[in-house]
Design a protein around this ligand. Structure first.
Ligand code: FEO
Length: 170
């Protein structure tokens, strides 16, 4: 049985992951409007991955006999100064999510919830990847600068990102 505190905190995290999905879908739409279809496809896969994260928390709450209560999802930012500005916002957002996951882990320790700790360890490792990926793309965008041919090639490369599978998130 899940404690009320963990149940509430995990419900909040379901909302945070669904907001991440929504934010990245809005970023994908922004990429479409500035004619970077490869970046748009990459962000769409990123949004799909966030949906898997949300469902991991969702299933976990039910597996522990808890209740899921879905709240409203905030409106995401739709416009950015540039593709670099957009990815700097991705990194900032992932750093925020890392803090949320670390706070959840601290709560699971305080509540002596060992099952929640095991579940959250997957997310702690995932956040290392999420931040690294954003940093790598920011660096590549800085190298590219104003060179449109290089940006075109990076767009082609990002277009090849495969769809996430639920197996990857288990
Ligand atoms: Fe669900 Fe990008 O962290």
């Amino acid at each position: 049985m899940i404690s009320k505190k963990i149940e509430k905190a995990f419900n909040d995290q379901i909302n945070a992951e669904l907001y991440s999905e929504y934010l990245y879908l809005a970023m994908s739409a922004y990429c479409e409007t500035i004619d970077l279809p490869g970046f748009a496809a990459w962000m769409k896969q990123q949004a799909a991955e966030e949906h898997i994260h949300a469902m991991r928390f969702y299933d976990f709450v039910f597996d522990r006999d808890g209740r899921v209560e879905l709240e409203a999802i905030a409106k995401p930012q739709a416009e950015y100064k540039s593709i670099l500005d957009m990815f700097e916002n991705v990194l900032k957002h992932e750093q925020h999510v890392t803090k949320l996951i670390h706070d959840l882990y601290a709560l699971a320790l305080k509540e002596n919830d060992y099952a929640a700790q095991v579940e959250l360890q997957w997310f702690i490792a995932e956040q290392v990847e999420e931040e690294k990926t954003a940093k790598d793309i920011i660096q590549q965008l800085k190298w590219v600068g104003d060179k449109s041919t290089a940006l075109y090639m990076l767009d082609q490369k990002l277009a090849a990102r495969p769809a996430p599978t639920t197996a990857e998130a288990e």
